[in-house]
Design a protein around this ligand. Structure first.
Ligand SMILES: Nc1ncnc2c1ncn2[C@@H]1O[C@H](COP(=O)(O)OP(=O)(O)O)[C@@H](O)[C@H]1O
Ligand SMILES: [Mg+2]
Length: 336
């Protein structure tokens, strides 16, 4: 398998100048500005194969957007190397730009007063697409996103979700091979978030496109991505499959138990199997370590008339929270 993205020891700092308040202070600070270096990305390395679905997650300010901007060539790394489809992104060669898309949930490229279709025609000319290629791609995207009926309406009259779809089409109408999406579902309602997720999965399946996605909504990551990169304070703290992440950090299963009217659950006894999250005599929700799953099932079957039993994997939100607490613990332990 060839690697379509190679990032080695990427470092990106921002230089900012502290500003003092007050007229005199701002005059002096004009001459003696205090320089401050913000370490946005500190020595991260990873490689990506064509067709991978990657979730890039981390708290606010962790360095996600900065990394993506280095990958698409909007920022030049301070050190380290970035290669995307064999190109140095920063050269912004036409051949490179034709093969990538950068969609930012917070930033629109569409012309506000024009119908989306007019923007698409500009993109068609910019990327020198043939009329048939353009029509075919546009049709496919409008089908997947259910967007045909909005093509000729001025963008400003569209809802936020429809605008996001319009934005996605702008960036994909030339059929890029790699999609970088920075919080594409931010602010959208649940139905629209779902539509975007389904779209990304379908687009990946149909075009074998590589997708790298940042999002605050863990549901995006859970349903779209197979591999997860976690970044914190500019450092990569996890790179692996979603499955391994759950296995390593979340060894629990969530039990939802309901017993028949004849029985009353014994809370003290249940808490010996795991953390009781909720309890009301007939029902209980417990987080049980994988090693104790069998014991608990045995105990329940032998002692109760079970009306309902549901055993779930913990969701990714919980897992990520555990990653951060355990990384913090490691750091704390090293300090003492
Ligand atoms: N243009 C900029 N100038 C100065 N600092 C910046 C700039 N952009 C981002 N930063 C800082 O760099 C760090 C990483 O930011 P960013 O990559 O946007 O994080 P994320 O996308 O994970 O929220 C943060 O501390 C942020 O405040
Ligand atoms: Mg960001």
């Amino acid at each position: 398998m060839t690697k379509t993205i190679k990032v080695a020891n990427l470092v990106k700092n921002y230089i900012t100048y502290e500003k003092n308040t007050g007229f005199l202070a701002s005059l002096t600070s004009f001459f003696h500005r205090k320089k401050k270096i913000v370490k946005a990305v500190s020595d991260i390395s990873f490689e990506v194969e064509q067709g991978e679905l990657i979730g890039f997650i981390g708290p606010n300010g962790a360095g996600k957007t900065t990394t993506l901007k280095c990958l698409v060539g909007l920022l030049y790394p301070d050190s380290g190397t970035v290669s995307v489809l064999g190109f140095n992104p920063f050269e912004r060669k036409k051949e490179f730009l034709k093969q990538i898309a950068f969609v930012m949930g917070r930033k629109a490229q569409l012309y506000w007063d024009l119908p989306a279709m007019e923007t698409y025609m500009l993109v068609r000319d910019m990327y020198q697409l043939s009329e048939s290629e353009f029509k075919k791609n546009l049709n496919e995207l409008c089908d997947l996103l259910d967007f045909h009926k909005y093509l000729n309406r001025p963008v400003r009259t569209l809802s936020l979700g429809q605008r996001m779809k319009a934005e996605i089409i702008t960036n994909l109408v030339y059929k890029p091979k790699i999609l970088f999406l920075d919080e594409p579902t931010i602010g959208l309602d649940v139905v629209m978030q779902d539509a975007i997720r389904d779209f990304l999965l379908n687009y990946n399946k149909i075009n074998k496109a590589t997708i790298i996605l940042t999002s605050h909504y863990m549901e995006d990551i859970e349903s779209v991505c197979d591999r997860i990169l976690i970044i914190d304070h500019g450092k990569l703290i996890y790179d692996g499959s979603k499955f391994d992440l759950k296995f390593k950090y979340a060894r629990e299963k969530e039990f939802n138990i309901r017993v028949s009217y004849k029985h009353k659950l014994d809370k003290a006894r249940l808490s010996q199997f795991g953390k009781v999250l909720s309890y009301d005599a007939k029902t209980a929700r417990i987080l049980v370590d994988k090693d104790k799953v069998n014991n608990l099932i045995k105990y329940l079957v032998e002692n109760y008339d079970i009306a309902d039993l549901d055993i779930k994997e913990p969701d990714i939100k919980y897992v990520i929270k555990k990653v951060f607490t355990s990384v913090k613990d490691e750091v704390d332990n090293n300090n003492y």
